[in-house]
Design a protein around this ligand. Structure first.
Ligand SMILES: Nc1ncnc2c1ncn2[C@@H]1O[C@H](COP(=O)(O)OP(=O)(O)OP(=O)(O)O)[C@@H](O)[C@H]1O
Ligand SMILES: [Mg+2]
Length: 256
């Protein structure tokens, strides 16, 4: 394998995905570099979650190729890929009948044969990693705050020590302080664990502070990609409207 290829955690080429007559992703290409935090923005219903789900093989594609850590993803469910990525889905999706500890241990149980003792140790370590206390492990999802729920979902995503983390709107629904804390946590984890992070977000503060690069999805394609300051200069109509529209003007006068 060439070094140039190794530079990328994810390579997507000419990806076509649709449902019935609707084409959602239309010859989309995207590279995610190893060790970077890439933010993905796009219109609601534009295909951000579909892109993420297609990369991890949950949605079949009509055309194109996807490589993750140098290996082609063929869409078939393959146990060996389970440890390649951790996912924080848009809909949170903790198992409500399981405790926090059992939720975090779920991927371990599904993929490995470990003693209960070792699984308990791993759960404590993962909870600590995301800023929760060991005793939080006894709680049920209904007993958690929104911010804690996101952290538990993150701990579960990290259970198998994956090199890639997919986050679908991780800070939506959090207040600005909790969202800022969560961003800082992502940055710390990315630095200490050397993670590659692919993050869908509408949060301008997240895009500004934690993302190394930002990609914009419009008309089924990546129409702009680069550091935030380059995206702000983009003359693509949707990207301009997104970053320079009335609402973002109100939110980010200090950004320029
Ligand atoms: N399983 C599915 N079956 C049929 N259509 C689907 C399916 N999943 C997504 N779609 C359609 O694909 C399009 C893109 O959806 P997607 O969830 O990727 O949007 P999004 O960019 O993540 O939006 P949001 O910002 O609101 O989360 C939508 O029109 C949606 O209805
Ligand atoms: Mg979505």
């Amino acid at each position: 394998m060439s070094e140039a290829k190794d530079e990328f955690a994810i390579r997507v080429r000419d990806l076509v995905v649709g449902f019935g007559r609707q084409t959602v992703l239309d010859h989309l290409s995207l590279d995610v570099r190893r060790g970077e935090i890439l933010g993905l923005v796009g219109a609601s219903g534009g295909g951000k979650s579909v892109l993420m789900r297609t990369i991890i093989g949950l949605i079949p594609r009509r055309g194109g190729t996807i490589d993750v850590m140098g290996q082609p993803v063929d869409g078939a469910h393959d146990r060996s890929t389970a440890a390649t990525w951790g996912i924080l889905f848009q809909q949170g999706a903790l198992f409500s009948s399981l405790t926090v500890r059992q939720n975090v241990q779920f991927p371990l149980r599904e993929n490995l044969v470990l003693s209960q003792e070792l699984m308990d140790e791993i759960a404590v370590a993962k909870l600590e990693m995301v800023g929760l206390r060991p005793q939080d492990g006894d709680k049920y999802p209904s007993e958690l705050s929104g911010g804690m729920t996101k952290r538990v979902a993150l701990a579960r995503a990290l259970a198998l020590d994956p090199p890639i983390l997919f986050l679908d709107e991780p800070t939506s629904g959090l207040d600005p302080i909790a969202a800022g804390d969560f961003d800082a946590l992502i940055r710390t984890l990315q630095k200490t664990l050397g993670l590659t992070v692919f993050m869908v977000t509408h949060d301008l503060a997240s895009l500004n502070t934690v993302c190394d690069r930002v990609a914009a999805l419009a008309d089924g394609k990546i129409v702009a990609i680069g550091p935030m300051r380059e995206l702000l200069q983009s003359d693509h109509p949707w990207v301009r409207a997104y970053f320079h529209g009335k609402r973002s003007q109100m939110l980010q006068p200090q950004m320029r």
